[in-house]
Design a protein around this ligand. Structure first.
Ligand SMILES: [Zn+2]
Length: 230
């Protein structure tokens, strides 16, 4: 097992709003997982059976997507909703985009934390209890993440921030969007769902995906390695 520093993922910003054709998930959510060492990268060569992982040196048995099908489906649903705008005077697509974007964030967080707890060898019954006790995104990032890895979410984001993306700002926007979603769901306040917040939701899909892939390599991958060596 190589112990060298993990190479940061490449961030090529893609303007998905210009992509009416071809799925957004294909354009921005192609991340692969090595089933031997659990590193996540964007290397399409992992599709080739027998591809040798540059990190652990093991041969792969075909591409294994890091983001599961449910996540890809929600991204493609947001794409469909986005291109509904302008087709009639109804602006209800905005509420659906906001709700779908927040659902995407919840799924990404759930996916990340679940794999993290598996990597940390936390028993399934305890995983379920922890997730049940921390149902909301803010609780999960502020308390559950800290409880599992003993690092604050703020410090974790600082450690993955780079010149391309300010992940602290990405996370802050997600929480802001989630609060706006709650205003709509619980109070029926649709006036807070502005065109600006919808544009920001669309522009934050790609950085949100990268954030969880980077967090995986920073916290999940080392946890798997640590337990393998024991
Ligand atoms: Zn590997």
């Amino acid at each position: 097992m190589k112990s060298a520093m993990i190479t940061k993922l490449k961030y090529n910003k893609i303007n998905i709003v210009n992509k009416a054709h071809g799925s957004w998930s294909y354009a921005i959510a192609e991340f692969y997982l090595c089933r031997s060492c659990n590193i996540v990268d964007q290397n399409k060569e992992r599709h080739n059976v027998g591809y040798i992982c540059s990190d652990c040196g093991q041969a792969g048995d075909g591409a294994y997507h890091y983001f599961h099908m449910g996540i890809l489906n929600v991204i493609n649903l947001i794409q469909k909703l986005y291109f509904m705008q302008g087709k009639d005077s109804d602006d209800s697509y905005k509420a659906f985009i906001l709700i779908s974007f927040c659902t995407l964030g919840e799924m990404l967080l759930d996916n990340f934390l679940t794999i993290l707890m598996i990597a940390e060898k936390i028993p399934k019954s305890v995983q379920d209890r922890l997730l049940n006790d921390h149902r909301y995104p803010k609780q999960r990032i502020m308390k559950l993440f800290l409880a599992v890895v003993s690092v604050s979410w703020k410090d974790a984001l600082s450690s993955i921030n780079n010149d391309d993306v300010d992940y602290s700002a990405v996370s802050d926007f997600y929480i802001e969007a989630y609060e706006e979603r709650n205003n709509f769901i619980h109070k029926g306040d649709k006036y807070g769902i502005t065109a600006d917040i919808i544009d920001k939701c669309i522009n934050h899909i790609q950085p949100l995906l990268h954030m969880f892939a980077e967090l995986h390599n920073a916290y999940v991958y080392p946890a798997f390695s640590k337990h393998k060596k024991v």
